[in-house]
Design a protein around this ligand. Structure first.
Ligand code: C5P
Length: 396
């Protein structure tokens, strides 16, 4: 990594002090760090300590005669392999979304042609605000890689999501980003199911589950970005197909199973879909009308269990992973599911937590036969990235 360079923007938040630890890690890995300190950032870390650890000059002023003479801000924005914003405050994110260029940090973010990685950090209410959520989603759509935020204690005494990811995690993401050739899942084939299924009752009505498909789509994208060939079998959702992923759209559980089986053999199967457990025994060919006799009685039959079928089938993928969305006794039910379905891991999540279903965040635990690993609440894209990395490690 000795030829790599980071342009580090330190924003104005209490977690700015953690940027110093990140710099230490980067320097230890032999990576050059050129720092930009915002005016607000300078309220939390001093230019002297940042400059000393970076072993470089600290850039702060947009209209500095000396800096512009030595190196213009455009050049500054291009002379790195990666731009990293730590912490990315709500204000910095909002300005970056709108392409403002009213200080050196935002000007550089607008002028750079290099990938950008941000580690958001803010108070939980600021994170929860609709404006921040819009800005976060827009920056991701614009190609910014987000690390965190995670859940935890806040400097303001509150607890929740908004805490900055730890420096080691940011460092790991930077190292992974700087070594794009290390695509550990290259040559592996993965099947991912996502979204709900829709089981027709008659031509206009369906039996379905609540599922946005966000977590499954993020996992498909994360596996593809690590080099896997990914077949995403998706129920009816309105989400864009992640880059590098082959998508097969289905409606019913039986179609989903058939599409998965057609995609075999595979090394990995991740069943994230919220499959309808039952379907109407018969489907009316015309719309069922209201009658004076009252509501019709639906007779249901069981749908095939895709996860169990893949886990117990002849062409079993080497690693089969299921999800368990529960509203109570999450880990107990998940443990039972692991045994019943015959899969290797169950990712358990508590969907009783407001904002999990349909939202952008998730708190999960990975249950294996030999133990459990709990991950702090973070964005669904973060969960997907971590899961893809864990899968790559398992198959390595
Ligand atoms: O049994 P339960 O629906 O709680 O199990 C959830 C897990 O099983 C998820 O991974 C889901 O995708 C998978 N599943 C499946 N086919 C079904 C039911 C659930 O693949 N018919």
């Amino acid at each position: 990594m000795s030829d790599k360079r980071i342009l580090l923007i330190v924003g104005g938040g209490i977690s700015a002090f953690k940027s110093l630890e990140l710099v230490r890690g980067l320097r230890k890995a032999g990576i050059a760090v050129r720092p930009i300190l915002t005016a607000a950032g300078a309220q939390f870390v001093t230019p002297l300590s940042l400059g000393a650890l970076c072993e470089d000059k600290v850039y702060s002023e947009l209209f500095s005669l000396t800096d512009e003479a030595e190196m213009g801000h455009i050049q500054l924005s291009r002379q790195a392999d990666l731009v990293v914003v730590v912490p990315a405050t709500a204000d910095l994110m909002a300005r970056a979304v709108h392409g403002l260029a009213n200080d050196l940090a935002t000007t550089v973010l607008l002028a750079t042609d290099k990938p950008v990685l941000m580690a958001p950090a803010m108070n939980v209410r600021m994170w929860d605000h609709a404006a921040t959520r819009r800005n976060f989603a827009q920056l991701q759509a614009d190609g910014v890689q987000m690390i965190g935020p995670v859940e935890g204690d806040m400097a303001c005494g509150e607890f929740g999501l908004g805490r900055m990811a730890e420096p080691e995690e940011i460092l790991a993401a930077i190292l992974a980003r700087l070594a794009p050739l290390a695509r550990p899942l290259t040559g592996r084939r993965a099947i991912v199911t996502a979204g709900p299924t829709a089981e027709p009752i008659d031509p206009v009505r369906v039996l379905t589950n609540r599922s946005s498909g966000k977590q499954g789509f993020a996992i498909a994208g994360a596996l593809a970005s690590l080099g896997a060939e990914v077949i995403l079998v998706a129920g009816p959702v309105s989400l864009a197909t992640p880059a590098g992923v082959t998508r097969v759209d289905v409606e019913t559980a039986r179609d989903m199973l058939a599409a998965c089986q057609a995609a075999l053999p595979a090394d990995i199967a991740v069943c994230v879909a919220a499959v309808s457990d039952w379907r109407p025994e018969s489907v009316a060919t015309t719309k069922t009308k209201k009658t004076v006799q009252g509501a019709p009685v639906l007779s249901l039959v069981e749908n095939p269990d895709i996860l169990a079928t893949l886990s117990q089938g002849p062409a079993r993928p080497r690693l089969v992973i299921g999800f368990a969305a529960e509203t109570d006794q999450v880990e107990t039910y998940a443990q039972a599911k692991l045994a019943r379905k015959g899969c290797d891991w169950i990712i358990a999540n508590d969907v009783s937590i407001a904002g999990t279903m349909g939202g952008d965040d998730n708190a999960v635990a990975i249950l294996r036969k030999d133990g459990i690993e709990r991950w702090p609440r973070t964005s669904k894209t973060d969960v997907a990235r971590k899961l893809a990395e864990t899968i790559a490690l398992e198959l390595s």
